[in-house]
Ligand binder design. Sequence first.
Ligand code: ZN
Length: 165
Amino acid sequence: MQCPSCQHTDSRVLESRAADAGRSVRRRRECLNCDFRFTTYERVETVPITVVKRNGSRETFNRSKLLHGLLRACQKTGLEPAHLESVVDDIEIALQQRNLREVSSNEIGELVLQQLREMSEVAYVRFASVYRQFQSVSDFVATLEGLNNRNPTSTANNTRLAAVV
Ligand SMILES: [Zn+2]
């Protein structure tokens, strides 16, 4: 790594540590020629993923946009921003591991729902109402019943959930 001060190409690493939630490594370096100290980041190269939206338009997958949508949908559900960030991390990893470079916005929505379901029923239903764009009351009821099948004791939660959405 070239020294930014004198362009010498040898440096020694003073410190290495994980950054960006483990997705990159931050290294503090010192130039062997002039002792100038600088920082470098090393990260796994990722291939851009194209998201095909419902109307057929395409855009590059944008993790901060997804995180922003999640934060908005999960306000007052008790989920910490750090939890939602880990949801986005997992989805990004899942997308990178597929062979396809295109994904529909519906598929991303379903991936989010799979994760939210384990974290918070309120967040799950609220996010489902946005991403599946409920066509009717029966769609909404079907989602609640999906939750109840998994957790038969939560029937009493229906009223609470309906009030939130
Ligand atoms: Zn130097």
